[in-house]
Ligand binder design. Sequence first.
Ligand SMILES: Cc1cc2nc3c(=O)[nH]c(=O)nc-3n(C[C@H](O)[C@H](O)[C@H](O)COP(=O)(O)O)c2cc1C
Length: 173
Amino acid sequence: MGNPVLTAISERRSIRSYKADKVTKEQFDILLKAAGEAPSARNSQPWHFSVVQKSAILAEINAEAGKNLNREGDIFHGAPAAIFLSCDAASRWARLDCGIATQTIALAAHSIGLGTVILGLPDAAFTGERGDYFNKLLKFPVGHSFAVAIAVGVPAGTKEAHPVEADRITFIE
Ligand SMILES: Cc1cc2nc3c(=O)[nH]c(=O)nc-3n(C[C@H](O)[C@H](O)[C@H](O)COP(=O)(O)O)c2cc1C
């Protein structure tokens, strides 16, 4: 019998093509419960999750990030929703904790038939000159800044697994 955790880890892909279907409240509840169950340093749970389903807000963030990065295209890859994680970046492990929570969301989403792609590019909207406006738009708690985002939706396509680099491992004997 297969191991469902290892199978989900192996099958997850960064999905860059989505159907128009909305992510349901029940699906968000599953993803956010899983995220909250992620480990964090000293159990500080330093994250805040801002869930965005309004396409106009995603478009506004995309436009600002695109302008600041001088690049075109949709950084959300047409996903109907994205979860933005913010934290107090001065806290030593907060960003790592947010990364762990993000991968937890990715695996939980895959397990219920949703696709995700973790996104660093939105950072350009939050670190630009209109950063405060976007912090407030997404209701980041005071003192928090953007950590990472994850687009979520029903996959319209997939991709090959990335090659695993064997030389990234050393057993110290
Ligand atoms: C911290 C982080 C930031 C990322 N930012 C982006 C991004 O802004 N846009 C994007 O399309 N993919 C982004 N990715 C996805 C990576 O490109 C992807 O994980 C990598 O190519 C491996 O592919 P896989 O996830 O399908 O295994 C990001 C991944 C991580 C972990």
